[in-house]
Design a protein around this ligand. Structure first.
Ligand code: XUL
Ligand code: CO
Length: 438
């Protein structure tokens, strides 16, 4: 019999903006249409397994603070089944359509790779039943290639080829499970694919190893007929001092170097973006501009503390700019909005997981409504279009088509005595305009 873990909370429903019920949505109405799509279709919310159902509240100075009822079992596989029950109970309460997991989140590590993979597959079968019964979908699966000590010097970039092979065995298993569960994407986050010191590192070799590894993932994807997207999730540092998948720009250069730019897209996380010294919307816009935008890990980093705090988003202004950028670039294809976020270690109760997700879902819905109005009004896009309008004139468009040389342009300026006049960028006018939407 399925146990219940969330204190009898039933489902969270839309009650409108005047609602004072902390377990209601004030903005998120899954079937409300904006710009021709429902909110659910735009946002494609996913709840992550790791922070939500596995994390115990540790920090570098202290141990567990959460005592989850679903861990309360001496048999690790039974505990994994309880955890799955808790997960699907929360998905039902929230009414989210997708979830995400690492292999180690869902099932315990065994004594051998074969045993570990079999444990993962057993829980995968349970997921298949639960997904069938509830209509839940998998946004992405991934392999944890960073927690076990064998991966302390990286997985694909490890100096030891046996570790590389071990990682391959783990990824093969999760990629196949993701395919069987009809996942929309498969994610690779290079948890320890980087280095601590160049004194012991052959960077060129490590990059070649990573390039070959990801090509192997893509080859296997095609071999088994997986139609989802392979995604890389950039992060500049933490756990390693320097990670090769630093940000969107570095990942793009890496994909180009290894012939992967048409095969792999990018999963962008807010906290990783700001650790790399970028805004979230910068990373989204750059990935769109380069044709490699894939998916989003929604969370929030602390601006005063230089590590990955993975908090739930709370800023309407920031989330609106991210979603405006997302919509402007055409929204999600196979991707979605995964809450890679964890509650604070003093938020002890399973109910706190509900409050956190309800607030974040509603914030994103509110931001979506504002962003959709910004798109519909076209005031911002018209301004940008006017700013670049000179490029639409045929003589200028032909420059980008490669029909003019440096000398042609030099002659043109000299002969016509061109004297371009600076034009205001109107930044404050535009910032005021954005603030009118709030
Ligand atoms: C780590 C992180 C990961 C990835 C999946 O910072 O974001 O949880 O999202 O491995
Ligand atoms: Co993430």
């Amino acid at each position: 019999m399925t146990k219940h873990y969330f204190n009898g909370i039933s489902t969270v429903a839309y009650q409108g903006i005047d609602s004072t019920d902390p377990l209601s949505f004030r903005w998120y109405r899954h079937d409300k249409k904006l710009l021709g799509k429902t909110m659910a279709e735009h946002l494609k919310f996913a709840v992550c397994y790791w922070h939500t159902f596995c994390w115990t509240g540790t920090d570098p100075f202290g141990g567990d603070t959460f005592i989850r009822p679903w861990f309360n079992d001496t048999d690790p596989m039974r505990a994994a089944r309880n955890k799955a029950d808790a997960a699907f109970e929360l998905y039902r309460i929230l009414g989210v359509p997708y979830f995400t997991f690492h292999d180690r989140d869902i099932a315990p590590e065994g004594d051998t790779l074969a045993e570990s993979n079999a444990n993962v597959r057993q829980i995968g079968e349970l997921f298949a039943d639960k997904m069938q019964a509830t209509g839940m979908k998998l946004l992405w699966g991934t392999a944890n290639l960073f927690s076990h000590r064998r991966y302390m010097a990286g997985a694909a970039t490890n100096p030891d080829p046996q570790v590389f092979a071990y990682a391959a065995g783990q990824v093969k298993n999760v990629l196949e499970l993701t395919h069987e569960l009809k996942g929309s994407n498969y994610v690779l986050w290079g948890g320890r694919e980087g280095y601590e010191t160049l004194l012991n590192t052959d960077m060129k070799r490590e990059l070649q190893q990573l390039g070959r590894f990801i090509n192997m993932v893509v080859e296997h994807k095609h071999k088994i007929g997986f139609k989802g997207t392979v995604l890389i999730e950039p992060k500049p540092c933490e756990p390693t001092r320097h990670q090769y998948d630093f940000d969107v720009a570095s990942v793009y250069a890496f994909l180009k170097s290894f012939g992967l730019e048409d095969e792999v897209k990018i999963n962008i996380e807010q906290n990783h973006a700001i650790l790399a010294g970028h805004s979230f919307e910068h990373e989204i816009a750059l990935a769109q501009a380069l044709g490699v935008f894939g998916s989003i890990d929604m969370n929030r980093g602390d601006y005063l503390c230089g590590w990955d705090t993975d908090q739930f988003p709370d800023s309407l202004g920031e989330v609106t700019m991210a979603l405006y950028t997302l919509l402007k670039g055409g929204g999600f294809d196979t991707g979605g909005l995964n809450f890679d976020a964890k509650i604070r270690r003093q938020s002890l109760d399973p109910e706190d997981l509900v409050y956190a997700h309800v607030g974040a879902i509603d914030l994103c819905a509110h931001a979506l409504i504002i962003a959709a109005r910004m798109i519909e009004d076209k005031l911002l896009s018209d301004f940008v279009a006017a700013r670049y309008s000179g490029w639409h004139q045929p003589e200028n468009a032909s420059i980008l088509e490669g029909k003019a040389t440096l000398a042609d342009l030099s002659d043109k300026v000299i002969n016509a005595k061109l004297d371009p006049q600076p034009v205001s960028g109107r930044q404050e006018f535009l910032e005021n305009l954005v603030n009118r939407y709030f």
